[in-house]
Design a protein around this ligand. Sequence first.
Ligand SMILES: Nc1ncnc2c1ncn2[C@@H]1O[C@H](COP(=O)(O)OP(=O)(O)OP(=O)(O)O)[C@@H](O)[C@H]1O
Ligand SMILES: [Mg+2]
Length: 348
Amino acid sequence: MNSPDPQLTRRPSSRKTSRSQAPTDAGPPPFGLLYGTSDAMQALYRQIERVAMSMATVLIVGESGTGKELVARTVHDKSARAGKPFVPVNCGAIPASLIEAELFGHEKGSFTGALQQAPGYFEHAAGGTLFLDEVTEMPIDMQTKLLRVLEAGTFHRVGGTEEMKADVRIVAATNRDPQQAVADGLMREDLFYRLAVFPLRVPPLRERDGDVPLLARRFVSVFNNNEKTPKTLSTKSLDVLQGYPWPGNVRELRNTLYRAFILADRVIDLPTPGQARTASSRVSWQDGCLQLPVGISLADAQRELILGMLGHFQGDKRETARTLGISLKTLYNRLEAYNGVPQESSSL
Ligand SMILES: Nc1ncnc2c1ncn2[C@@H]1O[C@H](COP(=O)(O)OP(=O)(O)OP(=O)(O)O)[C@@H](O)[C@H]1O
Ligand SMILES: [Mg+2]
């Protein structure tokens, strides 16, 4: 059994600073991969601590960007299976015709194109944890097969006869309300009950009192380490960050900070909420797609696209300019303009 995590016993230090630049030290240690010391997160850590060492199937629910994948990895890392593989599978991203072979593997010649025998995710995860992400997006007939495997503890490769032992711990996740997914016919009820032996709810960021500044400092410290820079967050920025509801949760916080980080010379300044415009406050990047609300101006859309793309390429301006089909000089001009002029909008 792992020794108790310091995060479980440590309380947030609500240190106030009189300096205009907030400290960007690493802060309290994480619980597994998760940062945050709010009561809501501490309650989650206690549940993870309890369930990790068991073989119980875990269903992680929570809004997009709350950190479900990090929770799944933390459950694995704190389990007796930690030294074995953690295999994430995005059930929504695999074409319906391939999902069975991807999960269970296939024998040579079992379907057109099956030139070689190949193991599936169950075999790759043997001894470890199989993370079924977006499980409600799995086709219903596949859910039936999955349930059968979970009940029997054995499976066959597609086209195979050999009975294989399913030596995996299943952790699943969804950003839907699973009971609603059952009511909508997206998820089999029996699979829901089989998966939700131990449900874990990841709280949205707006419920995590005091975690926004902690996460913000943590992210800035990571960016500084990656980019060998000494940038700091202004205390005004911390106030701005705390005054925003973060509908896109931790992912949105991280992306927003990264964009501001790239634009900053030394001190990271975020626009005050008064400078933010309603339409553009609903701009969001999700799974590689930029969502723009009706009502956004062309200039704001362009700005979000450029900054989002720059974030996507982790600050690589050459690659960003090439992909956007603009010259490097134009990109620099835009960035300079966005940095120098008080922004009338942002994702804040
Ligand atoms: N508590 C946390 N500490 C540090 N980083 C976090 C935390 N929670 C989330 N993150 C970061 O936020 C981002 C989103 O997290 P993650 O991908 O796990 O969210 P998700 O709930 O799986 O979202 P989705 O439903 O859209 O797949 C990642 O960059 C992750 O590293
Ligand atoms: Mg996810």
